[in-house]
Design a protein around this ligand. Structure first.
Ligand code: PLP
Length: 370
């Protein structure tokens, strides 16, 4: 059987059936019904955030969070990272804002706060950093810059579900944080997403934006869209939330096995885990330095593929090298470029067998130079 980079978590059919039974009784399938409300309240507790607004996916959560914070009207510049999933940049551009790409740090691949200030102009309105692979950005430094220049900070926390920093839920930082519950993420509601924030003021705004700008039956106050999470997906989320501990423990064991086998090899760099961060083991990225290791990232990718194992080149190409952005929004990000050419994320998911983890490591280590 093929091994893919991830395998979506699912409850048993019986458990899901039980959860959706009330929907069949009430015929209330969407429009923020009781299952949505239950899911929202459970998630708020789990993520330890003051306010949470659910969305149909992480992308719309980010797009509408930028809109709700009043950035769309500014037409300004937003400093962000090119080492992310395209959604981050698309959300900025689709709000008619201009992305300005800032390079990343070589150690944990998050935005380099030392390089943000030189990119700030009088048009800059916000910073959109990404907690890539669940690595937490340099929150304090970013906050200080934001305060000095009066910029909004919206964290793309799509990779950081359930991660805590110094014991605080990651959704508590900046003006807002967005999460994704896509099927391929560490936690899923099939498709789904959320915006976490402090300021109650945004509750109504986000609610309106995701529901056509409707305030009540006869009052439409904003040009909203449709990005509501429905009851069936909320039910899937409720089921999967129950399984999070089991899922995280399994991922942790796999990550530790990879650490043990790949952690001390010259020319291979695994993620260094920081003391202050309780991780979610969502991804297992490995950096290959061909000059030392003797094989390139692409060599390893192909060697695994030959054995029916499909690792992923997340994130290659870097976003500012994609067709739609290359040469459009200029900026030189040499580290992001270098990392995106050398990184491979290995399979990690609850049911991945330890023998398969060992087999993946053996394939990687076969025929290396040292
Ligand atoms: C998955 C992801 C998104 C988008 O989330 P969806 O739920 O798929 O719309 C945004 N940013 C990052 C970094 C992601 O990985």
């Amino acid at each position: 059987m093929s091994i893919l980079v991830t395998r979506s978590s699912m409850p048993t059919l019986e458990e899901y059936t039980e959860e959706i039974r009330p929907i069949f009784e009430s015929h209330w399938m969407t429009n923020m019904g009781p299952v949505y409300k239950k899911f929202q309240s459970q998630l708020k507790d789990y993520l330890q955030v003051p306010e949470l607004s659910l969305f149909v996916n992480g992308h719309m959560a980010l797009e509408m969070a930028l809109h709700a914070l009043g950035l769309r009207e500014s037409g300004g510049e937003v400093i962000t990272t090119p080492f992310t999933f395209v959604s981050t940049t698309h959300a900025i551009v689709r709000n008619e804002l201009t992305p300005v790409f800032c390079d990343i740090k070589a150690d944990d691949y998050t935005i380099d706060p030392e390089k943000i200030e030189e990119l700030i102009t009088d048009r800059t309105v916000a910073i959109v950093p990404v907690h890539v692979y669940g690595n937490i950005c340099e929150i304090e430094k970013i906050q200080r810059i934001a305060e000095r220049y009066k910029l909004k900070v919206i964290y793309d926390a799509a990779h950081a579900f359930g991660v805590t920093y110094k014991g605080i839920g990651v959704g508590n930082f900046g003006d807002a944080s967005i999460f994704s519950f896509h099927a391929t993420k560490v936690f899923n509601s099939v498709e789904g997403g959320a915006v976490a924030f402090h300021d109650r003021h945004y509750c109504q705004k986000l609610h309106e934006l995701k529901n056509f700008g409707i305030q009540d039956q006869e009052t439409v106050t904003a040009v909203g869209g449709n990005a509501k999470l429905d009851e069936f997906r909320a039910a899937m989320g409720i089921c999967n939330l129950r399984r999070m501990d089991v899922c995280l423990n399994a991922r942790k064991r796999i990550a530790e096995r990879y650490d043990a086998r790949l952690g001390n090899i010259a020319g291979i760099k695994i993620l260094s885990r920081k003391r202050d961060i309780a991780p979610n083991y969502a991804y297992y990225p490995v950096y290959f330095d061909e000059a030392v290791f003797g094989k390139s990232r692409d060599d390893i990718y192909k060697a695994l593929e030959k054995e029916d194992i499909y690792a992923r080149k997340y994130f290659y190409p870097a976003v500012n090298e994609l067709e739609c952005y290359r040469g459009v929004f200029g900026s030189d990000t040499p580290i992001a470029h270098k990392v995106s050419n050398r990184i491979l994320t290995l399979p990690i998911y609850e049911e991945l067998a330890m023998e398969d983890v060992d087999r993946i490591c053996s394939i990687i280590l076969q025929g290396r130079k040292n």
